[in-house]
Design a protein around this ligand. Structure first.
Ligand code: GP9
Ligand code: MN
Length: 728
């Protein structure tokens, strides 16, 4: 049988001399496409979930395969065959290299990674034998067969050249398909190139080769600006920081010295949810309690300041007090190579263990690389929670929060204290699919905007997850030995939903003022010995790091941060948005409109007093300088010129693989016996964790619970929803 197919194939190839190179070309394109497509599923974790995405994945290797292998059509004789095989080989080699790299690092190779040979060399070089699977070589199988055919002259020699025009048209076809591919991809995933959130997405939508092109372009742009930047550019940065410095708050300074720090990242959580009620029921009763706790400082004029980088911008601000970029994500673009003076790095220098826990893919927002540059010892990503994958507890961006938080405790209890642990919840992420069954627990808002209605329900779920985690912290004593600060990273309901926003705000329509206020997110700092209360200071994410340093009693004078301590009595209370709009306690700017912050009244240009005009001019200038100073630091990689020497962070020393992390933590329990686990003589506190996540219950109990919840929720939904804030 095989013999017959073989013979037929050979006959076919050799029969028509003029066609054989064309067929040979097509065979190579076919093989490159098919093996890449198969590998997408076997060795990469691209989360191809819809039919359209499967189609895109199938066709995305084709354009570059046509262009590269098509080069062969310009030649004649055996040379043309060899060139075709060569370009099949180069693409297969790139595929092969990525299979190996991805297996170890859950990410694709990039120019910056290959450029910083140490990170690849150190880790991959040593273990390459361990990483390789014999089946990986299958990507070269077709090449071997084709070479065999060529060597044994089983294919007709092409003496006649393919007409130039035909060959040229083939290449044009390749480029056309590239554009079409990009068009379909952007239809399914908008902002694919501008936001550059995840290399996984680039490969899923554009294919491995086009991803390489995008990466080459990005790397080129970045290294250009980096090369052009001079150390003297740091002078105006330092001057701006000195000119705008505010003193610490003597009452709070150092009051939290040496405590653990939990940074609780509430995904897409907006301030309006605090004390918000649907049909008299609080959406987030537990977070409300936390907000109003007498030991929590809660800011009610705190704004998110993210740009296109969304979560990554929030993280960049919180960990560095530097803004994201005007377009794209600073973490994705500059996170791999830049020098930083980040909070985790600074705390690490002071003896802290630093870690991030996140139930999502490690490659997202370039976290795998950026966290190393920022000084995180550990990054517990979805790779560390294998059960959730098995049990299918994953939503689009990560695991269900209740499961994620419960399973995180296994790692938290192993961290030597004091630690700085960032916990990134993600269930409340657009499109708010939070465990469709769990939704029934809470009455729906009835804005008729499905995104908005599920958003509120998802918030209720996250609120319960948050409380389960807090309960565990209380059970283990970590609640008292830690500062816990929680913040919403950015809006969850974008400005595209104005009519629903108006309904939720109990208004007929929304103004620019309302939309600015809609950018408020909660920021709460809790510690058992902290004098709490609602703090009305105006501020945003850029100010978090200096505030934390104040509480921990850390001198931050030499650090390059553009934000300001929110507890400082002299904070200037100017909140800059990434698009240079701003909010202050008296006036705010939205596009070309100005509003009175207290009354919400629009002040038309001709009604502005001279004093207001002066204030606007001064504030706008401040905001622009704050943003551009921050951008110059990131884009020029200016901190490499700072004498702080990167806080002595050696990013190549970190290894975020599961194996290395587990081994390292095991050793640390002996070398630095201050973790919760060692304090409990090796006894895990995991069983102190209580969750009501029904998805981890056995199937029959699950069904009972769901029925119960559905009944309850149907009752709740009979009446039209009424929204209220605070106590009625
Ligand atoms: C993914 C999560 C979401 O890991 O952080 O990012 P976002 O889309 O909110 O920027
Ligand atoms: Mn986010």
């Amino acid at each position: 049988m095989i013999k017959k197919i073989w013979k037929n194939a050979v006959d076919f190839l050799s029969k028509k001399e003029s066609n054989s190179i064309l067929i040979f070309f097509l065979i190579n394109v076919f093989f490159v496409t098919v093996k890449t497509f198969i590998e997408y599923f076997i060795n990469f974790n691209l989360e191809i979930s819809t039919k359209l995405q499967t189609f895109i994945a199938l066709v995305n290797p084709i354009p570059t395969a046509i262009i590269l292998i098509g080069i062969a059509l310009f030649f004649k004789g055996y040379k043309s065959y060899w060139i075709a095989v060569f370009f099949n080989f180069t693409q297969s080699l790139w595929l092969f290299a990525n299979i190996l790299y991805y297996r170890e690092f859950s990410n694709f190779l990039s120019f910056s990674i290959m450029g910083s040979s140490s990170s690849v060399g150190d880790n991959l070089g040593k273990s390459i034998i361990g990483i390789i699977h014999p089946s990986d070589f299958l990507v070269f199988l077709d090449i071997l067969v084709l070479i065999f055919l060529l060597i044994f002259k089983q294919i007709n020699k092409v003496n006649r050249k393919i007409p130039m025009k035909k060959a040229g048209l083939t290449i044009v076809l390749g480029f056309t398909l590239m554009v079409v591919n990009y068009g379909i991809a952007s239809f399914d995933r908008s902002g694919l190139l501008t936001r550059t959130f995840d290399t996984n997405y680039l490969v899923k939508y554009l294919g491995l080769n086009e991803y390489l092109l995008v990466d080459a372009n990005n790397t080129y742009q970045q290294s250009k600006t980096r090369k052009e930047a001079k150390s003297s550019e740091l002078v105006p940065v330092k001057k701006w920081i000195n000119d705008n410095r505010v003193p610490d708050n003597v009452e709070y300074f150092g009051s939290q010295k040496g405590k653990n720090v939990f940074v609780f990242h509430l995904e897409s959580f907006q301030q309006f949810l605090i004390d918000f009620k649907v049909n008299g029921k609080e959406v987030t009763p537990n977070i409300n309690k936390f907000f109003h706790d007498q030991n929590t400082i809660s800011f009610d004029n705190f704004y998110n300041q993210v740009g296109q980088g969304k979560t990554s911008d929030a993280e960049t601000m919180l960990d560095n007090s530097l803004f994201g970029l005007p377009s794209g994500s600073a973490m994705s673009k500059y996170g791999t190579k830049n020098t930083f003076e980040s909070v985790p790095g600074k705390l690490k220098n002071m003896g802290y263990t630093t870690a991030v826990l996140h139930g999502g893919a490690p490659s997202f927002w370039n976290r795998l690389n950026a966290y190393k540059r920022w000084g995180y010892d550990y990054f517990f990503s979805s790779d560390f929670f294998p059960n959730s994958k098995k049990q299918n507890l994953n939503l689009g961006y990560g695991m269900l929060d209740k499961v994620f938080l419960r399973d995180s405790t296994k790692y938290i209890e192993q961290l030597p204290q004091p630690f700085y642990a960032k916990v990134i919840a993600v269930s409340q992420h657009y499109p708010y699919l939070t465990n469709s069954e769990m939704k029934y627990q809470f009455p729906k808002t009835t804005t008729n905007d499905s995104t908005v209605d599920s958003y509120v329900q998802a918030a209720h779920y996250v609120d319960e997850a948050f409380q389960e985690f807090i309960n565990w912290l209380k059970e283990t004593g970590l609640y008292d030995s830690s500062i816990i600060y929680a913040y919403g990273d950015h809006y969850g309901i974008s400005e595209n939903h104005t009519s629903a926003i108006a309904q939720l705000m109990n208004k007929d329509s929304v103004s620019g003022y309302d939309l600015n206020q809609w950018q408020k997110v909660p920021f709460m700092i809790h510690s058992n010995n902290l004098k709490g209360g609602i703090n009305h200071t105006f501020g945003g994410e850029i100010d978090v790091a200096p505030t934390l340093y104040d509480l921990l009693g850390i001198n931050d004078e030499n650090l390059t941060m553009v934000g300001h301590d929110l507890l400082s009595p002299q904070n200037n209370q100017i909140v800059a948005f990434r698009n240079a709009d701003w909010v202050t306690p008296t006036l705010m700017k939205k596009a070309d409109q100005y509003f009175d912050t207290n009354t919400g009244e629009l002040i038309s240009q001709d009604m502005l007093t001279d004093e207001q005009k002066k204030f606007i001019k001064k504030t706008t200038a401040y905001v622009k300088s704050q943003l551009s100073i921050s951008d110059s630091v990131i884009v020029g990689d200016l901190l490499r010129f700072d004498n702080l020497g990167n806080l002595n962070i050696k990013s190549t020393e970190f290894n975020y693989t599961v194996k290395a992390t587990e081994e390292n933590l095991k050793q640390l329990q002996i070398q630095k016996p201050s973790s919760l686990l060692t304090q409990n003589n090796g006894k895990s506190s995991k069983n102190k964790y209580q969750t009501d996540e029904i998805n981890i219950l056995p199937k029959n109990e699950q069904k009972q619970e769901i029925d119960e919840l559905k009944k309850q929720s149907e009752k709740d939904q009979q009446d039209p929803a009424v929204y209220t804030y605070g106590s009625e």
